[in-house]
Structures are given as C-alpha cells and as structure tokens.
Design a protein. Structure first.
Length: 109
C-alpha cells in the first residue's frame, strides 16, 4: 500500500491537534496517531494494537505511513508487516480505565 504520510512541522509555536492535516496521521481517515516527530512515531508503533474500529486495510495504510515517518525521523523499525505489531485491541479498555481510576480515588481518600 502506498503511504499518504507527509512531514508537517511548525516551528516556533505550539500546534493544536486540530491544526494538523490528515496527512500526518498514521490512520488519516480516523485522525489517530499523529506522526509529527520521532517520539510520536515510536508511540504509534507501541500503541498500534490499541487502535480500535479500524479495518485491516486501514492498518496496512497506517503501517505504511509509520514506516515512511520512521525513515524520515531516523527511527529504526524491526517489523516488516503491520501484523507483527498486533491487531487485537484490548477489550473493555475504557471500562477498566474507569475502574482503575475509581480504585485509585478510593485508596487516596
């Protein structure tokens, strides 16, 4: 699949996520996982399997975008396919996060 990622860098001022073009995201249609620097590329790789509600084709495009951004920002990728990053989002992630937050609040107070 052909990557759609293009570098986008605004220097000298903070950039809001809403200011970013679709072309800087790993998942451009969903505007998920911005790839604006090396740190974001590594984060996108680490969180690839946590992205929910995307198709296999969208994952393939996202991996192509991540590879292109990684090359641009000199981030070494050992994976050759998006399937090596995982495709199984964590089930009930938001429910578990709420439960964890409630537990932390109850223990703190």
């Amino acid at each position: 699949m052909r990557a759609t990622w293009k570098p986008h860098e605004k220097h000298g001022r903070l950039t809001k996520q809403s200011d970013l073009p679709d072309s800087v995201y790993a998942f451009p249609k969903k505007r998920k996982e911005p790839l604006t620097d090396a740190r974001h590329v590594r984060n996108a790789v680490a969180r690839f399997d946590q992205v929910e509600d995307v198709t296999a084709a969208e994952r393939e495009l996202a991996f192509a975008n991540i590879k292109k951004a990684a090359q641009h920002y000199d981030v070494e990728l050992s994976e050759e396919s998006w399937r090596e990053l995982g495709v199984h989002p964590q089930k009930n992630r938001s429910a578990r996060a709420k439960k964890g937050a409630a537990t932390r609040r109850s223990r703190a107070g």
